[in-house]
Design a protein around this ligand. Structure first.
Ligand code: 5GP
Ligand code: MG
Length: 190
């Protein structure tokens, strides 16, 4: 019988929405100049969309860009390679950039993107991640804005997928079959 997988909710819609308003307020207090939000596709699209609107409510007028990065993994371990699948179009020189990603795990994706934007002459690159998995860091990176600290489990929803599914969920959760079989999907996660 084909039962749909059960999903354990880790961070619900209300908690996410409240946290995003708080983050946007703190970003606005830092008075960024000529702010450019760069969302790392695909996983951060929902977080970025909500954060951008919260930034508007907080009084900012950011421009918005996207970079599509892929970090490749073997099993549950990141291989350390990050590839640009789609680059930003805007000139970042002299600008305050807010880099937005879904999860800070090894840290390689965010470090790669931050170094890239700094090398292109951004004035400052701040980083905002919805989730941080503290136990998994392979490189030193401190995210300026963190939504929630996340347990070391594979999460889906609110933009994040497993094998291209579950991005549409309005909350972050854990699939019970992945809870029991971590590392079931050995593939690129974007
Ligand atoms: P890092 O480069 O920090 O090791 O990896 C971060 C990227 O891996 C995230 O941007 C995300 O795309 C992916 N990732 C890490 N953990 C998870 C997870 O639990 N669920 C999903 N769907 N993607 C993850
Ligand atoms: Mg990603």
């Amino acid at each position: 019988m084909n039962q749909p997988p059960r999903i354990r909710v880790l961070f619900d819609e209300k908690a996410i929405a409240q946290r995003i308003e708080e983050i946007a307020r703190v970003v606005a207090e830092s008075q960024p100049k000529n702010l450019l939000v760069v969302a790392v596709l695909k996983g951060s699209f929902m977080f970025a969309a909500d954060l951008i609107r919260a930034l508007h409510r907080a009084g900012l007028e950011p421009q918005v860009e996207f970079v599509h990065l892929s970090s490749y993994r073997t099993g549950t371990v990141s291989t350390g390679q990050v590839e640009i699948l789609r680059d930003v179009e805007s000139d970042v020189r002299g600008r305050d950039v807010l880099l937005v990603d879904d999860i800070l795990e090894s840290g390689r994706t965010v470090v790669f993107a931050k170094d890239l934007l700094m090398a292109r002459g951004a004035r400052n690159v701040m980083t905002a991640v919805l989730l941080e998995k503290p136990g998994k860091r392979a490189v030193t990176i401190h995210a300026d804005y963190v939504g929630f600290t996340c347990p070391d489990v594979f999460v889906v929803g609110y933009g994040m997928d497993v094998a291209h599914s579950y991005r549409q969920l309005p909350f972050v959760g854990v699939l019970d079959f992945l809870d029991k079989n971590p590392g079931l999907f050995d593939e690129a996660k974007t």
